[in-house]
Design a protein around this ligand. Structure first.
Ligand SMILES: [Mg+2]
Ligand SMILES: [Zn+2]
Length: 186
């Protein structure tokens, strides 16, 4: 595959970025999209493949089941789809911190899967999220991380020294779009 055939991606956290972080969500009645999520992702998908990467350690802790989390994720994808937004794939790490798995953010495991499966140019890709591990995920796959202050972002802001900090997904997307190289503009 020629390098030019590779597509850039934006990897998205779920809780605290796209939807309100209500702890370990096990029911769709606890899914609340931020009002800017739809407009922001619609702009983004004109230029980037979109993925969601979510750590759901509630499964490993026994707080939520894998089935509950799948139901919630399918609902999130369906609502986005109804707004015309295509998420190529949603990746879940179901493990608790102590399980020392290989797929929990900031491990770049799922970014490599996306690269190999969809032909993603990780060096031109981003990750946005409300935890340091989201920004580190981007650093670990060789892309650019953006930290947002929604969700848990405000309370952990002191941990962030080396990544751009934006109020929300809305401003993070504006930053990404401003960085698109002219030859990539459609
Ligand atoms: Mg989050
Ligand atoms: Zn894992």
């Amino acid at each position: 595959m020629e390098r030019n055939d590779l597509r850039p991606a934006v990897f998205l956290d779920r809780d605290g970025l796209l939807i309100d972080d209500r702890g370990f969500i096990g029911d769709i009645s606890d899914v609340f999209f931020y009002d800017f999520t739809f407009e922001s992702l619609k702009k983004l998908q004109n230029h980037f493949e979109l993925f969601i990467v979510t750590n759901q350690s509630g499964i490993g802790k026994g707080v939520t089941t894998a089935e509950q989390v799948k139901t919630v994720n399918d609902y999130v994808l369906r609502v986005l789809y109804d707004y015309g937004i295509i998420i190529r794939e949603l990746f879940v790490c179901p493990h608790d911190f102590g399980e020392n798995c290989g797929c929990r953010k900031p491990s770049p495991y799922f970014a490599y899967i996306a690269r190999d499966k969809y032909g993603i140019d990780l060096s031109e890709s981003y990750m946005i999220g409300d935890h340091k591990s989201d920004a580190e995920f981007a650093r670990n796959f060789g892309g650019r991380g953006i930290y947002v202050l929604t969700g848990h972002g405000e309370s952990h802001r002191d941990e962030i020294t080396e990544y751009p900090v934006k109020p929300s997904l809305k401003e993070a997307v504006e930053l990404i779009l401003s960085e698109i190289k002219p030859d990539r503009l459609l």
